[in-house]
Design a binder for this molecule. Structure first.
Ligand code: HEC
Length: 111
């Protein structure tokens, strides 16, 4: 009986740690490049490199309205109901950073 109870004393802190770490949000990205590399590059190209599941986004902010790009990033289905891009779970600040990054990349490539 004593053994069983001491095992419970161990189980409770472990459970607490697990619950806390599961409910903690991931660390915020601090630069646009980090957001891009973490959330977008696996599907989109920018400046020649990246994934091909989605369209090449090089110069997108030179071609399309910024609000369109913002809305598409956060809630693609509201624009293209039959699209396959998943909504990006990034904060408003991270969205600002990645929009700025895409703008600069496009500009540097002279588009
Ligand atoms: C799992 C793959 C995937 C990821 C991750 C992804 N996208 Fe997409 N994205 C797509 C696909 C596929 C499309 C084409 C339209 C559709 O199916 O929704 C698209 C379309 C877009 C468009 C519209 C392009 C146009 O020409 O109209 C924008 C803007 C965009 N994505 C931005 C982003 C940004 C910014 C990120 C990262 C925060 C991101 N996407 C992450 C797959 C992805």
């Amino acid at each position: 009986m004593k053994n069983l109870r001491s095992r419970h004393y161990l189980a409770i802190p472990i459970l607490v740690v697990l619950l806390v770490s599961a409910s903690c949000k991931r660390k915020e990205y601090t630069t646009g490049e980090e957001v891009w590399d973490g959330e977008c590059v696996k599907c989109h190209k920018l400046g020649g490199s990246g994934g091909t599941k989605g369209p090449d986004l090089t110069g997108i902010l030179q071609k399309k309205d910024e609000n369109y790009v913002r809305t598409y990033t956060q809630d693609p289905r509201s624009i293209k109901t039959d699209g396959t891009m998943p909504p990006s779970k990034i904060s408003d600040h991270e969205l600002d950073l990645v929009i700025q990054y895409m703008k600069e990349k496009g500009r540097n490539l002279g588009q």
